[in-house]
Write a protein that binds this ligand. Structure first.
Ligand SMILES: Cc1cc2nc3c(=O)[nH]c(=O)nc-3n(C[C@H](O)[C@H](O)[C@H](O)COP(=O)(O)OP(=O)(O)OC[C@H]3O[C@@H](n4cnc5c(N)ncnc54)[C@H](O)[C@@H]3O)c2cc1C
Length: 491
């Protein structure tokens, strides 16, 4: 095999953090870069799919954090491209809670249960903070028991923690959330971003610096650079690597590092919890669910926490699509990923018949994304503890020699979100650019340092040569030129 051409930087992964990282490198004049992406497309966890004629987002769906004092950069990108979005008002979901016999809980009872759950979660948070500060306080918050309590607990903890703790996304960028509902897909943002620095034509990326279907398996690194090996035996060399693979991938054995990453790093990576979040799409011949105002989201209360709890109809996003989405998380997601789609459809239909009666039609199609089983993802996003001091994120983000890390899991303020990944890519690249600048500066200093004694001796020799001109028979011209010859040889 030919010896690999050495690039300045290899970016592993072409999700939004990898693409934003590569774009910043290119903008800083580092154009000899290579992007290695394991799959056949860019976007990573931003991924659309055609589901019976409707473009659905299997991964990120919302732009979270809009309407605040600062502009969410992803919202700005979407607005500039005219991406179609729909405002999502989750707060109504709590008034559309169904029990197993299809009755909606009275709004007073639901509001009351919700208020209690928020107070309990806040109490829990305060006590956890106190315990962390060394005051050991006995936990007294009540654990949810009834189906409605369990359903609300699920909504609160797996979706709406913003009501309990200040989440940077909502504090900085605003509390509103918009669902991307555009036939071009959420990933259209990435293609437009890529277009700014990669060669493209008619919506396709033709640039040979983007290498799709290249699964990185090994990163050898030293103070002089990196060698990256892929599954099919290809070798890439560079001065730096930016690793944007997800936290789930870093926890798996897909990519090995040689020498291994230091213990403080691997321990922090291991400790990070990974959230699994599964949006299951179901297509029907006609709609049988209420579609009026404030009915977009509805909840199913079951004695098993998280059992097909959170539902959304797609009529606002795609009118006439007759599509429902139900969201499962963590244990329920893993369980469903491991079973057949027919089994999942049977379960979902059972739940819908509980809520809307036995006469409703069977779903005609189902789509179950499998983010956890996917070896290039192994989950959906990092889930740092509610009270965390960012030390763990800082360790996960910290470079190890020439290996730099990026991705949503390295964002101190916005981990888990698309804008977190986007900003992390920019930040990591800026660090690499700065490292390259410092290295160049040091090299120049070293060269000057090495040359200084010589230049001094050169000056001395020249002076001596001239003053000795009359003392010896060697012509001054010759003395000087022979010295210059030596200095040129050293340079
Ligand atoms: C189901 C789901 C719902 C979500 N909902 C939202 C939402 O509504 N709003 C929001 O803001 N965020 C949401 N997120 C989170 C958001 O999608 C992510 O935070 C963001 O897209 C992560 O981008 P990234 O660049 O860090 O990682 P990724 O997009 O995962 O990019 C990493 C890339 O690395 C590649 N890769 C992995 N291993 C290798 C390897 N060995 N060699 C080469 N390439 C490799 C992967 O294929 C991938 O393309 C959701 C995520 C999921 C999965």
């Amino acid at each position: 095999m030919d010896s690999p051409r050495r690039s300045s930087v290899i970016v592993v992964g072409a999700g939004i953090s990898g693409i934003s990282a590569a774009k910043v490198l290119a903008e800083n004049g580092i154009e000899d870069l290579v992007i290695l992406e394991a799959t056949d497309r860019i976007g990573g966890r931003i991924r659309k799919e055609n589901f019976d004629g409707v473009c659905v987002e299997l991964g990120a769906g919302w732009i979270a954090g809009v309407g605040g004092k600062e502009a969410n950069p992803v919202w700005e990108l979407a607005a500039n491209l005219g991406l179609r979005t729909c405002f999502s008002d989750y707060s109504n979901a709590r008034y559309n809670i169904y029990d197993r016999s299809g009755k909606i809980f009275p709004s007073g009872l639901a509001a009351d249960s919700y208020k209690k759950a928020v107070e309990s979660a806040m109490e829990k948070l305060r006590k956890l903070q106190a315990n962390q500060a060394g005051e050991l306080i006995e936990p007294t918050w009540c654990t949810p028991k009834t189906p409605i309590e369990l359903a609300i607990d699920f909504i609160l903890h797996d979706f709406e923690m913003a009501e309990v703790e200040p989440i940077s996304t909502f504090v900085d960028f605003g509390e509103r959330e918009f669902l991307v509902a555009d036939e071009r897909g959420y990933d259209y943002l990435l293609y437009k971003m890529a277009e700014e620095f990669l060669l493209t034509s008619e919506g396709k990326i033709l640039d040979t610096r983007l290498k799709l279907n290249e699964v990185v398996r090994e990163v050898q690194h030293s103070r002089n650079g990196v060698i990256v090996k892929t599954e099919d035996g290809r070798i890439y060399e560079a001065n730096y690597v930016i690793m944007s693979a997800s936290i789930g991938v870093l926890q798996s054995n897909l990519i090995s590092f040689s020498p291994p990453l230091p213990r403080w790093k691997t321990e922090a990576i291991e400790k990070c919890a990974v959230m699994v979040y599964t949006k299951i799409f179901l297509k029907f011949p006609y709609k049988f669910w209420p579609c009026g105002p404030e009915k977009e989201f509805f909840i199913y209360a079951h004695e098993r926490r998280g059992y097909y709890t959170f539902w959304q109809h797609m009529e606002n996003a795609y009118p006439g699509s007759n599509t429902l989405v139900v969201t499962l998380t963590n244990g329920e997601s893993k369980r469903v990923e491991a079973q057949s789609d027919e089994e999942t459809m049977k379960e979902a239909m059972g739940v819908l018949r509980d809520m809307f009666g036995t006469d409703i039609p069977d779903a005609t199609d189902i789509l179950v994304p499998r983010w956890y089983t996917n070896r290039f993802q192994r989950g959906c996003y990092s889930d740092y503890p509610m009270i965390s001091n960012n030390h763990e994120i800082q360790k996960i983000k910290a470079p190890v020699g020439r290996v730099f890390f990026t991705g949503e899991h390295t964002s101190e303020r916005f981990s888990g979100y698309v804008h977190g990944a986007y900003l992390a890519g920019i930040e990591t690249s800026q660090s690499v650019v700065e490292d390259i600048r410092l290295l160049k500066e040091r090299e120049t200093e070293n060269q000057t340092f090495l040359l200084e004694p010589f230049l001094a001796s050169l000056t001395l020799s020249q002076t001596e040569a001239v003053s000795n001109m009359h003392k010896c028979d060697i012509p001054a011209q010759l003395c000087i030129s022979s010295n210059l010859g030596l200095s040129e040889a050293i340079l």
